[in-house]
Write a protein that binds this ligand. Structure first.
Ligand SMILES: [Zn+2]
Length: 66
């Protein structure tokens, strides 16, 4: 995953193109959303929202031609 450092990736959580982030469940998450997730306790509804959203994104990407 080296090179292409200036390439913006689409973050499905905030729906924005971001230059930096991490990949969770094979899905790119921008740094802003990652920070938000880390600050969220697993017991919080918001955390569940993120996880569920990631799962849904993965399922969709499996169905469409990946
Ligand atoms: Zn984001």
């Amino acid at each position: 995953m080296k090179g292409h450092m200036s390439t913006f990736k689409h973050c499905p959580i905030c729906n924005e193109e971001k230059p930096e982030g991490i990949t969770i469940y094979n899905t790119f998450i921008c740094l802003d959303c990652e920070k938000d997730m880390i600050q969220t306790e697993p017991s919080e509804v918001k955390y569940q929202y993120y996880i569920e959203k990631l799962k849904v994104i993965n399922q969709k990407s499996h169905i469409s031609s990946y």
